[in-house]
Design a binder for this molecule. Structure first.
Ligand code: 5RP
Length: 218
């Protein structure tokens, strides 16, 4: 099976958690499969709050209503992908650059179901470059601060987030204490969000594998 087929399998398995109301929907190729599956059960829920403009467009193209989080209030369910997940369901996210809105929707949701193919499961986070969204004028300053943490920040040149900001991808980290590092990076002036989801990780991880889906809880 291809990696994309494994992503699709995980996305389909997440459908059973959709119980109605307004649901949170993330960003990425795995979530794109989830959105396409959602179109088949449109009558079972009211609509979605989305973590990116691209997901909003895909939802709307299927005739699924997109709500503003400010009017939707707290959500019961958030479904999103990940770039890496450890055994405690702490994640690296933001490969698609939507980390800030993803973190907001995850925070506002009661249950975060993470969907991915099995290659995303790791023992120690950090092999995937850790994305950090920064205010453009602070980019070089934040990069110098990140070097002090032992990583190599690389500017995602030409990329602008939905919030008008820049992304630095930190290479070469071995993240032994994800919650501490999340707090440390978030405390640097000019950082909007770090793509570590450790303080609020996933509640459930659905991984597609050649033998079917595997479901993990922390
Ligand atoms: C976007 C994300 C995605 O969830 C993450 O990059 C995984 O993407 P994919 O499903 O394409 O593998 O965090 O900002």
């Amino acid at each position: 099976m291809t990696q994309d087929e494994l992503k699709k399998q995980a996305a389909e398995a997440a459908l059973s958690y959709v119980q109605g109301g307004v649901i949170g929907v993330g960003t990425g190729s795995t979530v794109n499969h989830f959105i396409d599956f959602l179109a088949q059960i449109k009558g079972r829920f009211e609509g979605a709050v989305s973590s990116s403009e691209v997901s909003s467009e895909r939802l709307k193209s299927h005739g699924i209503q997109v709500f503003d989080l400010n009017s939707a209030g707290d959500l019961s369910l958030y479904v999103d992908g990940a770039d890496e997940a450890n055994g405690r369901l702490q994640l690296i996210k933001g490969g698609g650059g939507a980390l800030t809105r993803e973190k907001i929707v995850a925070a506002a949701s009661e249950t975060f179901v993470c969907i991915a193919d099995e290659s995303k499961r790791v023992d120690v986070l950090g092999a995937f470059p850790l994305p950090v969204e920064v205010i453009p004028m602070a980019r070089s300053y934040v990069a110098r601060e990140l070097v002090k943490l032992g990583g190599t920040p690389v500017w995602r040149e030409g990329f602008v987030t939905d919030n008008g900001n820049a992304i630095l991808d930190i290479q070469g980290l071995e993240i032994q204490d994800p919650a501490a590092m999340e707090q440390q990076i978030n405390n640097i002036a000019g950082v909007v969000t770090v793509g570590l989801f450790a303080l609020r990780g996933a509640d459930m991880l659905i991984l597609g594998s050649p033998n079917g889906v595997n479901i993990y809880e922390p």
